[in-house]
Every structure is written in C-alpha cells, then in structure tokens.
Design a protein around this ligand. Structure first.
Ligand code: IMP
Length: 200
C-alpha cells in the first residue's frame, strides 16, 4: 500500500489515474480515522512536501502502527520577472482563483519578460524518515488576460509554449501529459518500483 498525503480527494483521484500509478495500491491519508491537518510552514514548495510526507508518516506509525511509503506533493507558479512570486504562496495570494490570476496579471503589467514555470515537488517518507524528493517543472509564459475554461488555479493565464494555448484551453489529457505534477509523481512511483518498496 502507498499512502498519498493529500486531504484533497480530487487531487488523489487525479494522481491515482496517472499512467505511472497503474497497478499500485493507493490509499488517501484522509481515509484513515482522525487524520489531522498539517501546517505547511516551509519556506518553499520542496520543504512543504517534505514536511507533509514526514509528519503524516510519523502520525501513521504512532496512531495506526503502520509504516507504508507516504508520498506528498506541493506545487506552485513561479514568475521569473517577479522574482519567483507567487511560488510557495501560490494558493494564498488572494481569496479566489480569479482574483489570484488578476493579481499576477496586474503585477506583470508593463513588464516585457512574461516567462514562468509551474513547479511540483513530491517527497517520500517511510517510518517518519525522508527517503527522497523529486521535482517536476513545465515552462511557459503568462498570458495578457485569462483564457479558457478547463483546469484550475493559474491554468487560464499559463501559456503552453508549443501550442500557444493556455493550460485552461487544453483538454485534460493534453495538460496532464505536459504537467509538472505528472513528472514529479512519475519519478516517485518509478522509484518505489525500482527499489521494491511495498506497493501492494
Ligand atoms: P498545492 O500544491 O495544492 O498547495 O497548490 C498550490 C497552488 O499552486 C494551487 O492552489 C494553484 O493555485 C497553483 N497550481 C499548482 N499546480 C497548478 C496547475 O497545474 N494549474 C494551475 N495552478 C496550479
């Protein structure tokens, strides 16, 4: 069994549906009784991924007496001409997703360099110890205004350089194939298989 350290059922479903997850027995951390909320107080996304994996792994050992591989993820948008902002603050710079998109667009007004990256970090912990962490990234550019209806978060303002479309204008399969999240999770699942960690 592998435990996905996310309390968001939509995210867990999306991760479990990735090609790299096929054949793995996946359980969400929220399926365990009295699952606590973990404060994400790291200074960057990698630290937050590590904090969640290690703390949930410790919690499973102490409260349920088990030590399965626990994998977490933390992700965000990094805009180069804004010195990497919003980065680790991506989920919190404004109340709603629409407002968050406009905050980025407002700060970029008049700036020539609109290059950006989506970054995702995954971290694996077993028995309260960090085993490994991985990074997935996708490069793009910030649009002049939001476009498209698909996806979530900053998808309407993040342009895929190959197609010129925003992630919100791409269908789900196309976005998932390109995405930072897919890259970070695929590395984590491949590691489990290569190292024969208990995945069933
Ligand atoms: P978390 O990893 O769930 O904390 O997500 C961080 C924030 O980054 C999300 O709330 C989104 O605003 C943003 N984000 C991360 N990945 C994506 C993506 O694939 N598309 C759009 N926004 C994203």
């Amino acid at each position: 069994m592998i435990v996905i350290a996310s309390r968001n059922p939509g995210k867990v479903r999306e991760i479990a549906a990735l090609p790299a997850a096929s054949g793995l027995e996946i359980q969400a951390i929220s399926d365990f009784d009295n699952c606590p909320d973990i404060t994400e107080d790291g200074t960057n996304c990698e630290e937050n991924a590590v904090i969640k994996a290690v703390k949930y792994s410790l919690w499973l050992r102490r409260t349920h007496g088990i030590a399965p591989p626990v994998i977490s993820e933390d992700s965000g948008l990094m805009v180069f001409s804004l010195m990497g902002w919003p980065g680790v603050h991506s989920a919190r710079i404004a109340e709603t997703e629409v407002e968050r998109n406009w905050q980025v667009l407002d700060r970029l007004r008049g700036k020539h360099d609109r290059s950006a990256q989506f970054l995702a970090y995954t971290a694996l912990a077993v028995n309260g110890m960090l085993v490994e962490s991985w990074r997935g990234s996708v490069s793009g550019a910030i649009a002049e205004e939001p476009r498209g209806e698909q996806g979530f978060g900053y998808d309407p303002i993040f342009i895929d350089l190959k197609s010129g479309r925003t992630f919100a204008e791409l269908d789900k399969e196309r976005k998932n194939a390109l995405s930072h999240r897919n890259l970070a999770w695929t590395q984590a699942f491949d590691y489990l298989r290569q190292h024969h960690l208990p995945v069933r």
